[in-house]
Write a protein that binds this ligand. Structure first.
Ligand code: URA
Length: 204
């Protein structure tokens, strides 16, 4: 930091973001995470997908949606006629929040304050990519990108947009499909594919 910028920051009491999400200490999730997982994909994507936070595998590999939820997402994208490489895929929260359960690291939902703390990075991605459509996968993404606390069931019916003007398509998180019983999983998967297809049509 130059002296002038450091002074400006001190005066404005702004956090130091110069190290990027990897160096972010605005909340405590980083303490138990391996690394920050940044968004990836096309920097000029018309469609941005937003998940909740990296899971166990994502935390280890440093890429979004490469674990079990990522495999559900990949299949749904295929069925919706979308290619991963033409999209930009990121998360509301960039570090993996978990609690120990035996030898496993169990996903722990980020709190509203943690989502708010991480919003700086998500908004930076939106400003950079300028997507026309933002797909919120699940409640945490909806809170982060739309500021809403509605259930996904009801938010799917709403017409909402982001401050940038991007249209927000709200749908189920792929993990909800993994957690659901067989009958519900099929319904949720159908909805997820329908919503992704709608995003594709809106972007066309
Ligand atoms: N779940 C998410 O929300 N994001 C990931 O990157 C992986 C699992």
């Amino acid at each position: 930091l130059t002296k002038a910028r450091a002074m400006q920051r001190a005066l404005a009491d702004l956090p130091d973001y110069s190290g990027g999400p990897a160096a972010c200490r605005r909340c405590d999730i980083w303490r138990h995470a391996t690394q920050a997982v940044l968004g990836e994909g096309s920097n000029s994507a018309a469609i941005m997908l937003v998940g909740e936070q990296p899971g166990d595998e994502e935390d280890l590999r440093g890429r979004p949606f490469v674990g079990p939820a990522g495999r559900v997402l990949d299949a749904a994208l295929r069925d919706a006629g979308l290619e991963r490489k033409e999209l930009y895929i990121t998360n509301a929260v960039k570090h993996f929040k978990w609690q120990p359960r035996g030898k496993r690291r169990l996903h722990k939902r980020p709190e509203a304050a943690e989502i708010a703390a991480c919003n700086h990075w998500l908004e930076a991605e939106v400003s950079q990519v300028k997507p026309r459509i933002i797909v919120a996968l699940g409640a945490s993404a909806l809170r982060a990108i739309g500021g809403l606390t509605d259930s996904i069931d009801s938010a799917r019916q709403l017409q909402i947009s982001h401050a940038s003007g991007a249209h927000i398509v709200c749908t189920y998180h792929p993990s909800a499909i993994l957690r659901a019983d067989a009958a519900n999983a099929d319904t949720l998967r159908t909805h997820l594919v329908d919503d992704l297809r709608r995003a594709r049509e809106l972007a066309a």
